[in-house]
Structures are given as C-alpha cells and as structure tokens.
Design a protein around this ligand. Sequence first.
Ligand code: ATP
Length: 244
Amino acid sequence: MRLTGIEVRFGGTPALAGVDLAVAAGERVAVVGASGAGKSTLLGVLNGAVPPTAGSVRVLGQDPAALRGRELRRLRARTGTVHQHLELAGQLRVVHNVNAGRLGAWSAARAAWSLVHPQGTDDVLAALSRVGLADRAYERTDRLSGGQRQRVALARLLVQRPELVLADEPASALDPALADQALGLLGELAAGRGGALLACLHDPALALRHCDRVVGLAAGRVVLDAPARTLTVAALEGFYGVRR
Ligand SMILES: Nc1ncnc2c1ncn2[C@@H]1O[C@H](COP(=O)(O)OP(=O)(O)OP(=O)(O)O)[C@@H](O)[C@H]1O
C-alpha cells in the first residue's frame, strides 16, 4: 500500500497535506496523533471513503478512488475497517451485524436472505467466541455495552477476513486486558492473509506492544515514522503533548 503526495481538503485547511507513506506486507503500523491530526481521514483515503484532492493511492495494487461498482466492492471486501463509530445496526441482532462482514463477498439476494435466516452461523459463533461474546449472539446489538459493541465490530472483521486491516481506535472502549486481546487478533488477522494492519491508537503503550512501526501525524502531516522498538511510551506521550 502506498500513498504519494496525498492532500485532502474538506474546506480551507487541509486535513492531510503532502502525505507520503508506504506500508509493506506484514507490517503492523500504529497511527498516532492528537485529535484532529488527520488519522481517520488517512484511513478513509485507504478504504476509498475519502477521495484525495491531490496525490496518488495504491491499495492492494489498485486505486480506490478510480474504482466504481463491483470493482470497488471487491476491493472493499479485501480491505476491512473497524470504524471509530463502529457502524453497527443497533436494532439488529449481534449475529446479523457480525454476518455483515461477508456482505462484500455475497450477492444482494443472498445478503437479503441472510437477514431472515443468518447464513454461515458456525463462523459467526466462532468469531464471537474469540472476542468473548458467544453467549450474546442472538441479543439486540443496542442492548450491549460500548466495549461489547466494539468487540462485535471486531468479530465482523474476523468473519470478513480482509487482507488490509484498518482500525480506527479499535480498543477505545475496552479494558486493558481486552484491548491487548483485540490488538493481538487484529495483528494475527492481517498477518494470516499476508496483509498489513494500520491502527489509529491513542494509547502509546498499546501501540508499542502490538505494532512494528509508529507513524505520527500532526496537522495533516507525517511528523514521525519510526520502528516501535526505537520509541518509548514517554516519547510518544510527549508527542501527544502529555507532560509529567
Ligand atoms: N467530513 C468532514 N467534513 C469536514 N471536515 C472534516 C471531515 N472529516 C474530518 N474533517 C476535518 O479534518 C481534520 C482531521 O480530522 P480526522 O477525523 O481525520 O482527525 P483524527 O486525527 O482522526 O481525530 P480524532 O482523534 O479526534 O478522531 C479535522 O480538522 C476535521 O475537522
């Protein structure tokens, strides 16, 4: 995956400005930076949700902004995103939300039928069991806690089995043990498909424990790009403006 000279403008000030970033297969990259630095916008450029106003994007050998229809759906099925706001349908049962991870690989008819009769439930239950929620499969999703819903979104990704994993603060509502487990699962998922993981993280210790490389953004620019083993929690806290 490679970004070259990426600029994104929503209005006056650019959300991303001159971003160059190449990520190799197998890399686990933490994207860090203060609120508003451009982290979510960067993930949006990679999954095709945010078209750049300048620059070029290659994701799994393709340019998401140049694709339409079936080609774009195919690329999106290979790119899995855990969104910051999760994008779960609260009124649906957990099993349906997890099954939605497969929608990119199914026809519209099969996807609609799966809402009545969930398909491939064994995989769904296995994914829910990996995130500790097997006993909540048939509950309405909006009855779950924030952290439980975050784990439903993770189970949806496990069912999707994408190559490139994009995770926007995937552990923000999880306790420390569950956060470690979630990051471990995301890293395994990306490695298992020969892909890569990019995770926006606000917790420096979590970033250093689970990622090989840390990319820091400030005001839409890359201001840090270093192997995790060369960084410390204190250095990353300084990057966030924390003073002790
Ligand atoms: N859809 C949008 N329309 C207008 N401005 C936007 C939009 N999305 C993001 N921005 C602006 O782009 C800048 C970067 O936002 P972004 O969401 O990428 O930051 P972030 O680093 O992910 O922040 P946070 O840690 O708070 O989630 C911000 O100034 C934000 O206001």
